[in-house]
Ligand binder design. Structure first.
Ligand SMILES: *Cc1c(COP(=O)(O)O)cnc(C)c1O
Length: 286
């Protein structure tokens, strides 16, 4: 099965040309940057491992991708959460629903303090060294694509949560990688980078205003709908709406705009969009 080599397509958005790397289309069940980050575990043999343990939110994209990984590998999957909202328990949707269908054990408790030999612990959102394995492959795909099209000046953009994907892309790419902090502020993101690498960090673009992760913003919904209308591509509402707001502004104000090509990495997350869209529709479509 092929979990690599996503296509890159050209789009026009608000009269500006961009390329989009469609990692959302990598594979039906294992896509986006979580597929890249967990590729190492998919590809290698772990004879001793019987169970994966991780934690985070009950709606997370990483949780769903880990459930697919575990199902594929025949591993058990224990996922720790602080709390599951009662409406979600009663009406499972999106990542939560499909991860349960993949036999995830969801545990509302503290993460264990220690692990057994046959247990593999993966920290929240896949902010781990092993992620570099799959992200190097992503970087190589971008390099080959740029070479093939004789693109020498390229700016690559992707929005960050933990920042792991942007960080390793910058490590393996000869082009400048731009990102924005969707979870927390720039300081938080820099700390995340520092936990994994010493230097060569992506450039963090400034945000117009302070946004709280997971909250609903009218401008997020608007740019999301506008992207669908103009490009026929659905982007994620948690990261990509803010991502596009930041990247578009950057490109608009970039003084060498005509000498460069701009590549946006679509990192998937569309299962998570199901519940986000319900919330947005409820709030703004009246
Ligand atoms: C997880 C995720 C991100 C953030 O990735 P990091 O490597 O944690 O920065 C961005 N977009 C989507 C759609 C994601 O699922």
């Amino acid at each position: 099965m092929n979990y690599t080599n996503s296509l890159t397509q050209q789009i026009s958005f608000n009269n500006q040309k961009y390329f989009v790397k469609r990692d959302d289309l990598l594979h039906k069940d294992f896509s986006g940057n979580k597929a890249r980050k967990f590729y190492y575990f998919l590809k290698n043999d772990f004879a001793k491992i019987k169970k994966v343990i991780s934690f985070g939110s009950a709606q997370s994209n990483a949780m769903y991708s880990l459930s697919v990984l575990c199902k594929t590998k025949g591993w058990e999957f224990d996922y720790y959460v602080d709390h599951i909202a009662s409406f979600l328990k009663e009406n499972p949707v999106g990542n939560y629903k499909y991860a349960l269908e993949n036999d995830m054990n969801i545990v509302e408790a503290e993460i264990p303090k220690s692990f057994k030999e046959d247990e593999l612990f993966i920290s929240e959102g896949g902010a781990i060294f092993e992620a570099s394995f799959g992200i190097e492959i992503l970087a190589n795909e971008i390099k080959s694509w740029a070479e093939k099209h004789q693109i020498k000046n390229l700016k690559v953009f992707l929005p960050s949560g933990t920042g792991t994907t942007a960080l390793y892309l910058q490590k393996f790419l000869p082009f400048e990688v731009l990102t924005c902090a969707c979870v927390g502020d720039e300081e938080y993101l820099k700390k995340q980078f520092l936990a994994l690498e010493k230097n060569n960090f992506p450039t963090i673009l400034k945000k117009e205003k302070k946004y709280h992760f997971g909250k609903l913003y009218k401008e997020f919904y608007e740019i999301h709908n506008e992207l669908i209308k103009q490009t026929n591509i659905e982007f994620d509402l948690l990261y990509d709406s803010l991502g596009w707001l930041c990247f578009e502004k950057y490109v608009e104000n970039f003084d060498k705009k005509d000498e460069y090509e701009f590549l946006y990495i679509h990192q998937g997350g569309l299962l998570g969009n199901i519940s986000m869209k319900e919330r947005y529709k409820h709030k703004f479509d009246k």
